[in-house]
Structures are given as structure tokens and as C-alpha cells.
Ligand binder design. Structure first.
Ligand code: ADP
Length: 176
């Protein structure tokens, strides 16, 4: 493990990104869902879901635990792998920040195992799982900056202005 990766921000659709590995904000069933998950399976094609089903049958019958990550092929996406990670749900009582940090750490660990040098992340848990965007951005940026990895470039792909601004404020990137 060398240094920490360079961080970049993109506003847009993660399924249009080119990277060695694209991270999916999956749910623990690994069988697909809405949001990023649905978009990745739609554009990536059925091969990804077939591998998810096989992983589920072989190792994750009870579901992939929150905060863990696992890789499949990327099907038709412009990537070699999809890394599926399960973010924590933000409840009325709050959410466990350590589990959200674990999603980023574990995804980078899996990326290192694969030999991926470029990784694209969505803003995990900030959609259906309702994590407040500013806090999610803080955890994402701090965790990626604090994780030793051979990944050279991490791109956060933010779907809307609010998400982009939250991550830009954390990274210190000037507005385009
Ligand atoms: P979670 O269940 O972890 O909250 P979601 O997919 O519901 O996952 O949302 C995570 C974040 O991804 C949200 O900020 C959402 O706006 C964003 N998002 C949804 N679709 C895409 C996409 N195609 N590319 C990048 N980000 C997306």
C-alpha cells in the first residue's frame, strides 16, 4: 500500500464513468434495487446480477453485511469490476458513521485485491438510506484520505448539485 489516492469530483451518472472499478451502493440482498443500484444493473446488463446471485448462493445467503464489499464483473459498463457495498440506513436516531466509513475502506481493500488503480464512488447511503449529505461527504472524504491503498485515483460521482457542493466543500475544490 502506498499513499492515499488523488481525489476528483464529477457531477453526473456513475454508469457513464470509466474506471477500473465502479462502486455500487447495493443492498444486502445483492439482488438489485433502485437508485445507483438499479442504474448499474440496467446499464451493465444481466451478467452483473448473475454473478451477484452466484455470490449470494455461495457466500451471502443471509445477505452481505452492512459495511462490507464484494466484487463482480462490470458487464457492459466501462469498467473491469463493480464493487458492491452495503451502506448503513440513517434512522431517526442517527446512523453508525463507522459503518459508512467501512464501506469506503472495504471497497478500497477489495479494489487493492483486484489490482484496481482507479475507482469511482457514488455518495453511499445518501439516497433511499437517507444519510445527510454533508455528513456523508465528510465521512467519505476523511475515510478515503485516511486509508492506505494502491488505488491512485478516486472519483466521487455526484448525481446532483447538492451532492457535488457538499463534496466540493469537503475536498476544498473550487467551484467550476
Ligand atoms: P443508498 O441506498 O445507499 O442511499 P441510493 O442509490 O438510493 O443508495 O443513493 C445514493 C446516492 O446516489 C444518492 O445521492 C443518489 O442521488 C445518487 N445516485 C442515484 N443514481 C445515481 C447514478 N446513476 N450515478 C451516481 N449517483 C446516483
Amino acid at each position: 500500500m502506498t499513499a492515499t489516492p488523488a481525489l476528483t469530483l464529477v457531477r453526473g451518472d456513475i454508469t457513464r464513468q470509466s474506471a477500473d472499478a465502479i462502486v455500487n451502493a447495493a443492498n444486502s440482498s445483492l439482488l438489485g434495487g433502485g437508485g445507483v443500484d438499479g442504474a448499474i444493473h440496467r446499464r451493465g446488463g444481466p451478467e452483473i446480477l448473475a454473478e451477484c446471485r452466484a455470490l449470494r448462493a455461495a457466500r451471502y445467503g443471509k445477505g452481505l453485511p452492512t459495511g462490507r464489499a464484494v466484487a463482480t464483473t462490470a458487464g457492459r459498463l466501462d469498467a473491469r469490476w463493480v464493487i458492491h457495498t452495503v451502506g448503513p440506513v440513517y434512522q431517526a436516531s442517527g446512523g453508525d458513521p463507522e459503518l459508512l466509513a467501512s464501506c469506503y475502506r472495504e471497497s478500497l481493500r477489495v479494489a487493492d485485491e483486484l489490482g484496481a488503480r482507479t475507482v469511482a464512488f457514488p455518495a453511499i447511503s445518501t439516497g433511499v438510506y437517507r444519510w445527510p449529505m454533508d455528513d456523508a461527504a465528510r465521512i467519505a472524504v476523511e475515510t478515503v484520505r485516511g486509508t492506505p491503498t494502491d488505488v491512485e485515483k478516486v472519483t466521487f460521482v455526484l448525481f446532483d448539485d447538492r451532492a457535488y457542493e457538499a463534496f466540493a466543500a469537503r475536498i476544498g475544490t473550487p467551484r467550476p
